[in-house]
Each structure stands twice: as C-alpha cells, then as structure tokens.
Ligand binder design. Structure first.
Ligand code: UT7
Length: 329
C-alpha cells in the first residue's frame, strides 16, 4: 500500500473564556515582567480555564467545529484520539468523556500520552488505523488544561503555558491529499528535564507532595530549549526526506508553539523563511498537545492553507517525544 491514506477534512479549535496578559502575573506577586516574557518567549497572552470549564468541555467544542468543517456527524466517527497531558480524570480517559458528550456511539476512544507531541503522535496512529482498514473517519484532538497542573508560584513555568484544544477530522485520502510522510521518536533518558516528579501511581499524592508542588510541572528550561531545537531541526529533515521533498516544496511550516526563539531556530535550520512559518505563541502561550491543531485551524481560517498546499508539521515535548509530518492539505 502506498501513501497517502488519510487526509485532513476539517479543523477547529476552542479556548477558555478568560484571556490573561503578562502584566497580570505582577498582581500575583511573581518576580517577572512583560518585557522578560516577550523577549525570552514571544508570549503576550494565554487562556486560562475557569471553574466552569473542563478539558472535556473545550475539547468537545473544538471537535464539534472540526466535524462541522468536515461535514461529518458524530455517528460517522470510528475513533476518537485525544493527545493530552492534563486529563480531566486519572480514570477513565477524557476521550471517552468527549465520546459521550458528542454522542459518537460507534467510536472507540482513548487518550494518548506524548505531551506536546500528542496531536502529532495521534495523527500518525490514526493514519495507521486507516491504512490497516480498521477505520474510515477519525477525530484527532490535542487538548490541555495546563494551568491546572502548573505551580502558580514558579515563575520558570507559570508564564509559559496556556489552555486550549484543537481538533482535526481525518478521512480517507482523495486526489493525492493527505499525510505524505511521518516521523516519531522518543528519549526517556531525559525525562527528568520536563516532568511532574510525584503524584502518580509511583508516588501517590500526600499533603507534603502537594505542599512542595512536586505534583506540578517542573522544567529545566535551558536544557529543554537546546534539545527542542536539535530534535525539531532533525525531525524536519526526516519528514522532508520521507516525502522526497526539499524546503522549497513547503508552503507552510506549522511547528509546536513553545517559544518563538525555538520556532525561528527550527525554521532557519530547515531553510524555510519566516514568511512561510505560522506563529501564534504570542496569543496562546504553550498549549502543549493543542498548539499545532490550534495553529492549523487559525492558518486555515487566515487563508494560509490553500487547496493542495504542502504543510510541514513538527513537534517536541516532555518525554522527550518529538516528530514531524508532511501533509498535502
Ligand atoms: O513544549 C515543549 C517544552 N517546553 C519548551 O520548549 C520550553 C523550552 N525552554 C524555553 O523556552 C526557555 O528556556 C525559557 C523561556 C523557559 C527560559 O528562557 P532562557 O533564555 O533559557 O532563560 P534561563 O532559563 O536561562 O533563565 C535566565 C534567567 C534566570 O535568572 P539567572 O539565573 O540568570 O539569574 C531565571 O531565573 O531568567 C530568570 N527567569 C525569569 N525572569 C523573569 C526565569 N523565568 C523568569 C520569569 N521572569 N518568568
């Protein structure tokens, strides 16, 4: 069998109601400022979920928009995959809660844990299910409520992350559209550089763990930065090689949105000028698994993904996990 098997038929995204600016961290007593955050990360705003919002609610909203764009009903969905590191409950998966909210009665549903690479991993798993003939229509969501799992007293992480969900409907490929190449890797030897040290089954939560914040995200920013640039640059090369394409064939690069400096370094390595790179980290912060599908939907709505356009996606996240994909849209 030969690619492409699976094409993107519709996209959508949703964010919580509350938008938070950099200046608002001052009111929380954190030693940080708008200038530092903008200079070092490019971030100006992020969305923060309120008490009435859940990962299920924003992911379901994103899913409905993507299904509407694709002209697909809930009854047609064969599989729902949610890439997330911030599930609503430890058991069961948030994907089954979305399945219930959508009324997708025929769909299998599961969460996929690959941190910021969750959507990209999910797309590749979905492609495999379609290639094997086990599914025709798959919903792949990247969704996070990261503001619920960060330490609001830690300036190293709190200014970086935001909440949101992006959804993509995959259908059988027609007219040569779809995933042309795909690449995924991981390196668990570096897990300690970006993780939640405690609070899982190995070290269940105690009042001490909660008090010291070791159940929240901890990150060695500088090390993560270096690894992100190296791995995303390599992943771009791999996906281009896989598609037998060069940088000149790419109409748009949609990278994971963690830091504008990482995005610029990745684009430079790939030989793709910044005019062909989609950046929205300034308005959303790092939404982990949601970042690429949110950016894709914004790019589609902005008219930057023309019919037949070739898009290069690249992601990197905790694990470490990383990967890339070339898609004819
Ligand atoms: O989604 C995938 C995973 N995440 C990422 O890809 C993020 C990767 N890392 C980064 O984006 C960057 O490393 C950061 C934005 C996190 C940090 O930028 P940096 O240029 O690497 O700064 P740094 O960690 O080297 O810190 C520089 C200084 C430190 O002070 P000293 O030790 O030089 O006195 C930090 O304590 O900046 C300080 N700092 C802050 N200052 C003001 C750290 N956070 C803040 C802050 N406000 N929010």
């Amino acid at each position: 069998m030969k690619r492409p098997f699976a094409m993107i038929a519709g996209t959508g995204y949703a964010v919580p109601k509350r938008r938070m600016s950099n200046d608002e961290f001052l009111a929380l007593g954190l030693e940080t400022n708008d200038e530092w955050i903008r200079d070092r990360t490019g971030i100006r705003y992020r969305y923060v979920a309120g008490p009435d919002e859940t990962l299920t609610s924003i992911s379901t909203e994103a899913a409905r928009l993507a299904m509407q764009a694709a002209g697909v009903t809930a009854a047609e969905l064969d599989v729902i995959i949610l890439g997330t590191a911030s599930a609503d409950h430890l058991l069961p998966s948030t994907a089954v809660e979305i399945q219930a909210a959508l009324g997708a009665t025929r769909a299998a549903a599961f969460d996929l844990s690959a941190a910021c690479s969750g959507w990209l991993y999910g797309m590749q798993v979905a492609e495999g299910l379609m290639a094997s003939g086990n599914a025709e229509t798959i919903l792949v969501i990247g969704g996070e409520l990261l503001t619920r799992i960060i330490n609001w007293k830690d300036r190293n992480t709190v200014v970086l992350f935001g909440d949101g969900a992006g959804a993509t409907v995959l259908k059988r490929s027609t007219k040569g559209r779809g995933i042309l190449s795909a690449y995924m890797r991981s390196d668990g030897t570096l897990a300690n550089l970006l993780h939640r040290p405690k609070g899982g089954a190995a070290d269940p939560s105690t009042p001490e763990i909660i008090a010291e914040g070791s159940d929240k995200i901890h990150m060695s920013g500088r090390e993560v930065f270096k690894n992100a640039v190296r791995s995303m640059a390599d992943a771009c090369d791999r996906a281009l090689d896989g598609a037998k394409m060069s940088a000149a064939d790419i109409d748009l690069l949609i990278p994971h949105q963690a830091n504008v400096r990482i995005i610029e370094a990745t684009a430079k390595h790939a030989g793709i000028p910044m005019e062909k790179v989609f950046v929205n980290v300034d308005r959303f912060g790092n939404t982990s698994a949601a970042s690429i599908p949110i950016a894709l939907d914004e790019a589609v709505k902005a008219g930057r993904v023309k019919d037949g356009a070739v898009v290069l996606f690249v992601a990197f996240g905790a694990g470490f996990t990383w990967g890339s994909m070339v898609v004819r849209c």
